[in-house]
Design a protein around this ligand. Sequence first.
Ligand code: FE
Ligand code: FE
Ligand code: ZN
Length: 299
Amino acid sequence: MLGSHVGLGGKEQFLGSVKEALSYGADTFMVYTGAPQNTRRKDLSEMRIPEAQELMQKSGIREFVVHAPYIVNLGNSVKPESFDFAVEFLREELHRAEVMGSRTVVLHPGSHVGEGEDAGIMQIIKGINLVLEADTKVHIALETMAGKGSEVGSTFAQLSRIYDGVLHNNKLRLCLDTCHLNDAGYDVKNDFEGVLAEMERYFPLNQVACIHLNDSKNEQGAAKDRHENIGFGTIGFDRLCAITKMKEFADTPIILETPYLSEVEGGKDRTFAPYREEIAMLRAGVFNPELWKAVVGNR
Ligand code: FE
Ligand code: FE
Ligand code: ZN
């Protein structure tokens, strides 16, 4: 399954998200339940969920994932109000995802805000334990992080420590972000098999519930987290394309989070979503920079 993250807003709400995914030729997608940078959310009754679900059914989209807003930080052990807010928001987010029809909420584990890795991990475990219950229907997929700032979750060892502390860890999953793995020091470009082997020291392959397919602007190990368009970064088209063809991930939502482009040569306004072209190139298995020139000046 191959898709991208899509917007949610305006009049069309979730119905618009599904339409956007279809316009890219995608058969899956990822959505924030509102703006990714804030936590204002509309009532579920206003989100046009039944119409969106009908359209998904008609058009063969069997699965999509929800991404929790990136400002939610379960790792904060300094400000109780931030932590409490994160817990409450995540609890509601799992409910929203369930009603929308998703079985996976992708979560950035959190940042330890200067208190150290151990304190951060303890706090994240505490938070997840307050959210997951025996009958929770939706999985939380912990995303592999680049390790910028005080981010927790940039190694499989750290992520497995979180699993170890969570009571209902049968409801945890992983989201592999190729840019983040590269920036965290894993050799995605030359030895992705080795990266998976390293993962399998801690997790079976079936724990991967989502892949974020991004190229990276930075060298392996840079700890930066700046996504690049497929084929224009340090990982390169061939590896990223090969991941989309792996039979192990045939039923895994593979989601592009690559940067928007400007429609004019050298323009700063990034208004053009690259996903239709990127999906077409990945499906065809051929990197075609000419395709970019046809649609956007600065490629
Ligand atoms: Fe993410
Ligand atoms: Fe990601
Ligand atoms: Zn990122």
